[in-house]
Design a protein around this ligand. Structure first.
Ligand SMILES: Cc1cc2nc3c(=O)[nH]c(=O)nc-3n(C[C@H](O)[C@H](O)[C@H](O)COP(=O)(O)OP(=O)(O)OC[C@H]3O[C@@H](n4cnc5c(N)ncnc54)[C@H](O)[C@@H]3O)c2cc1C
Length: 290
């Protein structure tokens, strides 16, 4: 398996700036996220507080970001990181497409909107999943529900339907839904996941559904779920001024590292996180050669 020096997770301003800075410092990096950067960049109508770019639209800011990456030959690996495990001196990242290893990790995944559902945390791994591509084969012939935060998740539901006997799809977004015929679309609001040893029921504002598994597909998962052992405070990762976390070699920046939620602050923290990761790698190498 290919080992990177720094894996950067997330492609908003924090992750992109971290990638640019790490690349300037000649690190072997992998940048994982969306080739479209971030919906939070794209959706902004007019941005008035970005230094040097007055009144820029989100669409144009995204273009400027992606042009900058292209000018430095930085590629975005279109994928989603499902979990990250620290093995002391390196990290293993489970993604939808496979595994990646890295000496250091920078988390730039933005902040999760909304709260976790009651039952979600307790039943995670026991019928609750965040990745249909990873876990669909476990639900062969079973009844599953998908709670989807954006149309991007429609492909995941379609894929799940290739295995599961039944897929009930709850879109949390507005607009048309373009899932395959095998997927049943229900416009109700999920409220709770019930079950003792495993998830058995999904409650909504109108009904209860007997299920074997529920896939909760969001733009970002809570950082504590993503990296077991990571110290968090509400939806945020606890960071020091150099963006380091309680896990050696793991750094966090941008919205995930706390308020205020701002582009320029996210990009600035991405820069600090990358430089701190570079220092961490240098120190690690010094210790190895002692
Ligand atoms: C409509 C709108 C308007 C705004 N206007 C302004 C403004 O005018 N000025 C301002 O300063 N701020 C504004 N903001 C706030 C700003 O958008 C955020 O503070 C900023 O985008 C945060 O950057 P980030 O890099 O931390 O995270 P994000 O921009 O949220 O990017 C995180 C990225 O990581 C990806 N990701 C998440 N989890 C994973 C995973 N597990 N694996 C791979 N990728 C993952 C996400 O898909 C996303 O692409 C606005 C926000 C919105 C929604």
């Amino acid at each position: 398996m290919e080992r990177y020096e720094i894996a950067i997770v997330g492609t908003g301003p924090a992750g992109l700036e971290a990638a640019i800075t790490a690349k300037i410092r000649n690190k072997k990096i992998i940048l994982i996220g969306s080739k479209d950067s971030s919906v939070k960049v794209e959706k902004a109508h007019e941005i008035q507080n970005y230094l040097g770019l007055p009144k820029i639209s989100g669409e144009n800011l995204k273009k400027a970001y992606l042009d900058h990456l292209a000018s430095m030959d930085i590629e975005i690996t279109e994928d989603r990181v499902v979990s990250i495990y620290s093995y002391g001196d390196y990290f293993a990242l489970q993604t939808k497409e496979g595994m990646v290893e890295a000496d250091a990790v920078i988390l730039a995944t933005g902040v999760m909107a909304g709260k976790m559902y009651p039952g979600e945390e307790a039943l995670l791994g026991r019928g609750v999943s965040y990745c249909a591509t990873c876990d669909a084969p476990l639900y062969k012939g079973k009844v599953t529900a998908v709670i989807a935060s954006s149309p991007k998740e429609e492909d995941e539901a379609n894929f799940l339907a290739e295995y599961a006997d039944k897929v009930i799809y709850f879109p949390l977004y507005e607009g048309d839904v373009h899932t395959n015929e095998a997927v049943e679309v229900i416009h109700e609001k999920p409220t709770e996941i019930l079950g003792e040893m495993k998830a058995t029921t999904l409650k909504t504002n109108a009904n209860e559904y007997a299920i074997d598994g529920v896939f909760i597909l969001r733009e970002a998962v809570s950082p504590g779920q993503l990296v077991p052992g990571l110290e968090t405070e509400g939806p945020h990762v606890k960071v020091n001024l150099d963006m380091s976390t309680n896990i050696k070699g793991c750094f966090a920046c941008g919205d995930i590292a706390g308020t205020p939620y701002q582009y320029i602050k996210s990009a600035g923290q991405g820069n600090v996180a990358a430089l701190s990761a570079v220092n961490y790698l240098a120190e690690k190498q010094r210790n190895q050669t002692k």
